[in-house]
Design a protein around this ligand. Structure first.
Ligand SMILES: *Cc1c(COP(=O)(O)O)cnc(C)c1O
Length: 359
């Protein structure tokens, strides 16, 4: 691992040696008692982290699998997609490719979603699903989940699908209390696991909708997931090694304490923010809506971002992100999610000091 480039990109993030060790446990059959034991061990802890009594499912796919699955299981009339960045924008296209009616509630990248706009759209009665990204990883904006959930809750026939891929276990999320209908996350972001596993929960209202839905497919069929979960199993052979890793990360999360984990993310994020300010950079996201898991910097100083990345990689063995899609180069991103510590973030920032001086 000596020439390993340590990841400070916002996904996949750095995976700890302890996680890799846990993943190297011997393989088991996915219909065996050992698997049932494994699922039973992690399930209540996932419920607790999601704030739900609903079943929590393990999908052997990246997050997009479940994002598309939610569309196929739930959209009858029309889906309102809250769009304010790369991931949220793409959801419209995914829905359209699934043959569904979709409308974008479009914001400039970097602008948070406004719950009042969702309210106005839903008041038309045209929609039966809203897609919402809590933490838009491409722009570093954390959208107001509680406020959005409260608005959608006013409409009995509208289901709220929420992506928490880069905010799950970073800030508190209350599935049952907030009235979310699908909550999904992926393994390679805030959970600091290798990619390949998505985790999600589904409300009773969403199960009800799904059970009436034609053409919801098989691989992401919510009803199929529920039937299997009742026996602590998954519909098809899951990525067992990654699930071993998940069990390990849950041990780590609960040993640290969930509140302490939230506080650590906040503190490390503040450390990065202080560095941003003291170096004369600006934030891409407005005050009050900045992600706690990563920082998206506006390149107001017009530095050569790809050169900065190269120096970071070659001189410090660190990978940072050079901006996503259409904001590549005009922004760049630093991740503090997962297992980061004061030491690793300190190293990142001193490496940035050194690299900026060499530009
Ligand atoms: C990374 C990311 C995704 C997509 O995850 P995949 O693992 O590539 O499917 C979706 N939403 C958000 C907010 C993300 O950060």
């Amino acid at each position: 691992m000596s020439d390993h480039i340590r990841l400070h990109i916002p996904g996949p993030v750095e995976v700890s040696p302890g996680t890799y060790e846990a993943m190297a446990a011997p393989m088991i059959g996915h219909r065996s008692k050992d698997f049932v034991k494994l699922y039973d061990d992690i399930h209540p802890r996932l419920q607790s982290l999601m704030g739900t009594e609903q079943p929590v499912f393990l999908s052997t796919s990246s997050a997009w699998g479940v994002m598309e699955g939610a569309i196929r299981n739930l959209v009858n009339k029309k889906v309102l997609c809250c769009c304010s960045g790369a991931f949220s924008d793409k959801w419209v296209e995914v829905a359209t490719r699934c043959g569904k009616n979709a409308e974008a509630l479009q914001y400039e990248w970097g602008t948070p979603v406004d719950p009042a706009d969702i309210d106005a759209k839903l008041a038309t009665g045209e929609f039966d699903v809203v897609t919402f990204i809590h933490n838009e990883t491409s722009t570093g904006v954390m959208n107001p989940l509680a406020e959005v959930a409260a608005v959608v809750k006013k409409y009995d026939d509208v289901l709220l699908v929420t992506d928490t891929v880069s905010s799950f276990t970073v800030v508190p999320i209350e599935f049952d209390k907030m009235g979310i209908d699908v909550l999904l996350t992926g393994s390679q972001k805030a959970l600091a696991l290798p990619p390949g596993l998505a985790i999600f929960s589904v409300s009773e209202a969403a199960f009800e909708r799904a059970s009436q839905m034609k053409d919801r497919g098989y691989y992401f069929d919510f009803i199929e997931f529920r039937k299997n979960q009742e026996n602590s199993m998954t519909p098809s052979t899951p990525c067992i090694a990654t699930i071993y890793g998940l069990r390990h990360q849950l041990d780590v999360i609960f040993a640290e304490g969930v509140e302490n984990r939230f506080a650590r993310h906040e503190k490390l994020n503040n450390t990065v923010h202080d560095w941003v300010r003291s170096n004369g950079f600006e934030f891409f996201a407005p005050e009050g809506f900045r992600s706690k898991s990563l920082t998206c910097l506006a390149n107001n100083k017009e530095i050569d971002v790809s050169k900065l990345q190269k120096i970071m990689r070659e001189d410090h063995h660190l990978a940072i992100d050079g901006g996503y899609g259409k904001i590549k180069g005009t922004t760049f991103r630093l991740s503090n999610m997962g297992d980061e510590t004061e030491e690793t973030i300190g190293n990142l920032l001193s490496a940035l000091d050194d690299s900026l001086a060499k530009l």
